[in-house]
Design a protein around this ligand. Structure first.
Ligand code: FAD
Length: 343
């Protein structure tokens, strides 16, 4: 969110400094699966409100991926690979049917497939898969590549300075206005400050206590190496999802845990992901295990991200994106830049 917002602000002609305590992309953004799940991720009480934002966010990705390649020389792995939500129990059919009908009634592409239809889209699906909802327009990017591209594009911009190893100690507030930040080595004053500290956003001293708290939701992930590459489509099962990159790498995720900031990968977490993944795609059992990691989704009560102006003048928000921060990065950056530059 920090790098993307800086790029959008610089594009509009202003100067920006990205302040990062470690290196940009050190946390959730590089750890993500990179699913652009505008439809598969639409559930919960806010689904009606989120539909327009999520699909607009997905639409923004094609042009933005090309723009980032141009600006950085790095391909972010943008692909419209489609998503299957697979059901193994017969009892899930009614739920999938009503989900598909909801999307169709809003003019979004979605279909309910029987077992044969689902396997036509993804031949590696388990014979136990009973039926599936198919969202052909959902896609993916490769988050580590995306973060390298964002940092490279920001570093090449004459209007952006990146300061790695710069921890924001607190916001500077004068006369009810945020006028900059205090760092270890002094103060940095600015016309606008964008809070983009992910799961740590509420921990920055000076952030108004009236803002909803941002809390970490741990997600564990693992990477398999499938040779030769067989899987083509992103598959969501009841307990796990699998994301084939197209070159043999298959990212599998993920847990949703309230574990504070404990960045562990646990035996139970890996077991849950692997058993859920293999239940949908048994052929992954022969894939080689590469590595595993975990990180923190920035979650706000009610699951609505905090984007744009805040109650404190001079402070703008780009945080609380929970499971969908990669999907929402470009639309958030544009909204924040517009808010900053029009005050
Ligand atoms: C396992 C997992 C899977 C996910 N999968 C997907 C997915 O498939 N699709 C999707 O759209 N989203 C996904 N997400 C969600 C997405 O990754 C996040 O919503 C998004 O990356 C949040 O971006 P951010 O910039 O707010 O936070 P972060 O990427 O965490 O960045 C916050 C940065 O702020 C820095 N920071 C914190 N405090 C300070 C301070 N005081 N001073 C200076 N710097 C500070 C941190 O070092 C960090 O680099 C996933 C997340 C996880 C954890």
């Amino acid at each position: 969110m920090g790098c993307a917002s800086a790029l959008a602000i610089a594009e509009r002609g202003a100067q920006a400094v990205v302040l990062e305590r470690a290196v940009p992309g050190a946390e959730a953004s590089s750890a993500a699966a990179g699913i652009l799940g505008a439809q598969v991720e639409l559930h919960g009480p806010l689904r009606e409100h989120k539909a327009a934002l999520f699909t607009r966010a997905r639409d923004a990705w094609g042009p933005w991926a090309a723009q980032l390649r141009e600006a950085s020389g790095i391909d972010v792995g943008y692909r419209v690979s489609g998503v299957l939500r697979a059901a193994i129990a017969e009892t899930e059919r009614a739920e999938l049917a009503s989900e598909v009908a909801w999307h169709q009634s809003r003019g979004l592409r979605a279909s309910l497939l029987d077992a044969a239809g689902a396997r036509e889209i993804e031949p590696q699906l388990s014979p136990s898969v009973h039926c599936a909802a198919y969202f052909a327009d959902d896609g993916q990017v490769d988050p580590p590549a995306l973060l390298r591209a964002l940092v490279a594009a920001a570093a090449r911009s004459a209007r952006i300075t990146i300061r790695s190893g710069a921890t924001v100690q607190r916001l500077l507030v004068e006369h009810d206005r945020c006028v900059g930040v205090a760092l270890d080595d002094g103060e940095l004053r600015a016309d606008a400050v964008v809070l983009a500290a992910g799961s740590w956003s509420s921990l920055v001293p000076g952030v108004p206590s009236s803002l909803p708290a941002v809390k970490p939701v741990r997600g564990q992930m693992l990477l398999l190496d499938e040779r030769p590459p067989r899987l083509r489509t992103i598959v969501f099962g009841a307990r796990a999802y699998v994301v084939p990159r197209g070159d043999g790498r298959v990212v599998c995720g993920s847990t949703m845990e309230n574990a504070g900031f404990r960045k562990e990968v646990t035996a139970a977490g890996l077991e849950a992901i692997l058993s859920g993944a293999l239940a949908c795609v048994p052929s992954l059992g022969a894939a080689q295990f590469s590595c595993a990691w975990s990180n923190f989704r920035p979650y706000v009560e009610g699951d609505a991200p905090l984007i744009g102006a805040s109650p404190l003048a001079g402070l703008f928000l780009a945080t609380g994106h929970h499971r969908n921060g990669i999907l929402l990065s470009k639309v958030t950056a544009d909204a924040v830049a517009a808010a900053v530059l029009t005050r």
